[in-house]
Design a protein around this ligand. Structure first.
Ligand code: ZN
Length: 247
């Protein structure tokens, strides 16, 4: 089983009737709902207002892939927690950063850039699958039309993605690198643009499929290393020599 924790700051749902009408139990529970129907995925949630933002050692110990949705309260996530999540990613935990999470502390720390972009609310998006052979594109159509989504446009200030799976085109003429993959340390990172809180984007079955595929892609192949660093790097050249020569 792939153990997923969906993290959400969960504030828009409490302060906006428009948002709570689309996600009555919060974005985190909505995402949990469509992920937990999969036989190979088990899901828990965590939110900003819980103790330690819901990301205790115990929760992280039981997380293979962390999904992150945040927008208005990035600054309220303590640096100590961000560092802990960052170290887990370097140790192999997968992370999927959604939509406005582009400005979260954890994403900016992983990228090492501003992660700034152009934006405008309320446009039509056509999301193009530009790498159909990628695991995250499995079963996904050539393009997905999203009637209303917040426009995110270039330039998106990120390091060059190691793999680009989706490109967004907006009716205003803008384009955006909407589905990007990186490996950081031992961990896989996927950024996915659609998912503005006041549009029902996560209700779209194809968007759900992409997130399910991304969970499977980002899941670690080996147990996550809790203390920073790769265990293979701890073997000294002398030890390696002895091993190779049966000494
Ligand atoms: Zn948004």
């Amino acid at each position: 089983m792939i153990r997923v924790t969906v993290w959400n700051e969960g504030l828009h749902e409490k302060t906006s009737k428009e948002v709570s009408a689309i996600y009555p139990d919060g974005i985190h529970n909505y995402i949990k709902g469509f992920l937990q129907t999969e036989e190979d995925i088990e899901v828990t949630t965590a939110t900003l207002t819980q103790r330690k933002c819901g990301l205790t050692d115990e929760v992280l110990d039981n997380t293979d892939v962390l999904i992150w949705w945040g927008h208005m309260a990035h600054h309220l996530v303590p640096d100590k927690i961000v560092k802990k999540v960052y170290d887990r990613v370097l140790g192999g935990m997968g992370i999927i950063v959604l939509h406005s999470g582009h400005h979260s502390k954890i994403f900016k720390k992983l990228m090492g850039t501003t992660c700034n972009l152009q934006w405008r609310e309320g446009d039509r998006e056509r999301l193009w699958t530009v790498n159909p052979s990628h695991p995250i594109a499995k079963g996904v159509p050539a393009y997905i039309d999203i009637d209303v989504e917040e426009m995110y446009g270039e330039r998106f200030d990120i390091p060059e993605p190691q793999e680009l799976v989706f490109m967004g085109w907006f009716a205003g003429g803008e384009v955006f690198r909407s589905g990007c993959c990186w490996q950081k340390g031992l961990g896989k990172v996927f950024y996915f643009q659609p998912g503005h809180e006041s549009n029902p984007t996560y209700h779209n079955k194809d968007i759900q499929l992409i997130i399910k595929n991304a969970v499977r892609w980002a899941a670690p192949q080996n147990p996550v290393i809790k203390d920073k660093g790769c265990p293979h790097a701890k073997v000294t050249p002398e030890q390696k020599y002895k091993e190779n020569n049966n000494e």
